[in-house]
Write a protein that binds this ligand. Sequence first.
Ligand SMILES: [Zn+2]
Length: 623
Amino acid sequence: MAENHHNARFHAAAVCLANLALCFATFVTMPTLLNAQDREPVRYTVSFPAPQTHYAVVDADFPTGGRLSIDLFMPVWTPGSYLIREYARNVEDVRVSGEVANVLKTTKNRWRVETGGAATVRVSYRVYCREMSVRTNWVEDSFALLNGAPTFMTLVGGLARPYEVKLVLPAAWKVSVSGMEEVTGGEPHTYRASDYDELVDSPILAGNPSISRFDVDGVAHYLVTEGEGGVWDGKKSAEDLEKIVRRYKQMWGGLPYSHKFVFLNLLTEASGGLEHRNSFTVMSSRWATRTRKAYIGWVDLMAHEYFHAWNVKRMRPAELGPFDYETENPTRSLWVVEGITSYYAPLTVHRAGLSSRAEYLGTGSDTTGSLSSIINSLQATPGRMQQSAEQASFDAWIKYYRPDENSNNVTVSYYTKGAVVGWLLDAKIRRATNDAKSLDDLMRVAFQRYSGERGFTPEQFKALAAEVAGVPLTEFFRTTVENPGELDYSEALEWFGLRFHAAEQVKEVKDAPKKAWLGAETKIDNGRLLVSRVLRGSPSDTAGLSVDDEIVAIDDYRVRADQLAARLDNYRVGNRVTILVARREKLTRIDLTFGEEPGKWQLELKTDATSSQKRHLDDWLGK
Ligand SMILES: [Zn+2]
């Protein structure tokens, strides 16, 4: 939609141009338009009369301003998750109270209400809440997670006004939590947002979660955990979360909020996280405190979402605010807000003392979650040669969030590439300033400059990076984010005294012929061995193996579904074979020559690192 629902000033100017006669009236009403907090609130009452059926019932009171009809809409997406989700599809039974009032659906996500001249109209509807994710709703007998965008219908053009939500909880639910301010002195479980953006940005959890509180700088922080089930270690997780908060506070030079911060930790055996200004939601397994790898993964997720309190929720790309909730809001800068966040999360887990240097760098045998694994993931993606970090950002809506079997060949993740570019940029700034400055300084200055009313453009962020580094970075950004292609690691490796490990030298006996590589991923479906992905440029790609081909035999010897890897052990690089596949039930023979599996990218410390390289490493990672 081209229409801007959020900017009263713009709206007033447009009316002036269109009709001079209206100008006087418009300017007379300007003070009211601009002072949003004086406008009459929209009030919602949300109840759960039968939570086991997964429904929330919403009664919404909309001020009409005396108009004979008002238009209402439901968002089609929610900030932070860049996909059109059509939240209106879970809305049903929309009705309006009053004898003359009437409601008619006008577009996929809009309704027109005939008010009959009433000052306020009550619109009631039900929302089906059974999608377990951080950006949708879930209601069941023991708890509810409500997000703003999938729950609250509102006035077209009426976002800049206060919003109030009153929850009517089932008797067994004792607690509700939200990043919004709680209205005290009246009915319990009542919250107030200063505008619709805050309402959408403030998920609500209701039920009987366990809550741990810690204070930093006099600000209360609440770790709110749903589903501990006697398995989760609440004490340890709250203590470690506080270490992350304190480490970020040190890096950024303070906390960006003064009221409270709420960590919604849902142990629902789902996964994911979604950032907000004064809260965030994560979903994970209740078993995650039981093993070190899973636990570091959880802390990493918390460190990622919390970093967003600065990077994206306040310091933001210019395109991400004011939001248009009815269409895509693309930006070329997701590599900054998601990629650099993905660089800092594991780094801060390490700096806070929660992971070892070997775990952070990934120099050991298990590289899960390490910098090495991020680099390896990028280097194993053929799409890095097709799509730049800026293109990946811009097309998130139609590509990253809509993956298919060919995505790996033609797209790159702005999380992964952005994280690696973040590391290279950090090294670049450190080298250019001889460790006087780092990426930390760039982020701090960017936050100071771009966390107000206006966000940053891609050009502004790049220019600021060059300003902090004190050297031109035009060529650096041209090769790392504006264009697809390989990254140059040499400068970063050299500065920190690192190198990539030559993995094949240890894994294989020297001079022995190397193991055969197919270059296809497979899955087992009802006992059939199916090709699920063909890697661009691999032996399977060259030979013409296709996704959904059923592999039946190699050289006319049957391959059982679970025995492909064992069979491939009997072949070597360069061996030529015939693969018998069933393609849409027709048997077909495909000639294929096995190739060599690309090596894994793993960082290791140079054994002959100089004392200055060791100092740079300590300066980066802490001693
Ligand atoms: Zn993120």
